[in-house]
Design a binder for this molecule. Sequence first.
Ligand SMILES: CC(C)(COP(=O)(O)OP(=O)(O)OC[C@H]1O[C@@H](n2cnc3c(N)ncnc32)[C@H](O)[C@@H]1OP(=O)(O)O)[C@@H](O)C(=O)NCCC(=O)NCCS
Length: 244
Amino acid sequence: MSIARALRARGRRAASRALHRGWEAVRKAGAVTAEQPGLLHFGALGPGAKFAFPTGTIFGERWIRIGAETGIGDHVSLSAGLAPGHDLGTRPIVTIGERCTIGRGSHIVGHHSIVIGDDVWTGPYVYITDQNHSYADPDQPIGRQWPVNDTVEIGDGSWLGAGAIILPGARLGRNVVVAAGSVVRGVVPDHSVVAGVPAKVVRRYDPATGWDPPLRNIPVGIPEGVTHEQLVALIEQAESRTSD
Ligand SMILES: CC(C)(COP(=O)(O)OP(=O)(O)OC[C@H]1O[C@@H](n2cnc3c(N)ncnc32)[C@H](O)[C@@H]1OP(=O)(O)O)[C@@H](O)C(=O)NCCC(=O)NCCS
């Protein structure tokens, strides 16, 4: 290799290192927490809760409450109300519990009431909304017709697979599994697995008889003493390996 080419290669390596270091520094500085909220004023942002940078679109945050140790991936959009600057009253519109993980690129779009319990994990690109446009008037563009809201609830300990969509009025119980890509409406009982479009219960747990149908895979338990942060880091590592 000529000296000139070697120097150019070295320069590119140095530029690459500098860029990646710089981006890491920007990501750290841009992360949103209770101590470094940037320009955001959440109704509540619990201790240890964190938004990765860059965030998605966030507005109406006065009506958004987020519990302690909840981790929110990058490019997650989180909103209360139709547009920034509206007064939405005294009660919260979007509540996310403690120790939740919201996957990157997800959207949580609240207008009336979305309540996500504690320890809820979502995969990436999940969409949760409590609002439909009404379309009753055939002469008006649907986008101009007054929307219809219905409360959404997601019970403690539930897990939403990648790309799941949770529609207005959905009420998911505790420890519900939503399969990847499912579209969920209506009431989903505790300890059930729902899959498909529209999502149907494909497996349920009965305390007397166990899982019906029986589980195909016997899971391996998480070792004692693994913290929430370690678990999140392990999952992020595994995800980055599969996306390489
Ligand atoms: C739902 C899931 C966890 C499997 O759960 P499970 O209880 O082991 O379910 P099974 O594989 O036994 O499948 C049960 C039924 O649901 C169906 N099913 C499973 N996943 C489905 C999906 N994503 N969409 C539609 N149907 C699905 C299966 O085909 C099966 O139907 P059948 O009995 O008619 O064959 C898994 O399929 C899934 O979707 N994981 C999400 C992974 C993900 O998004 N990870 C992101 C990282 S957080």
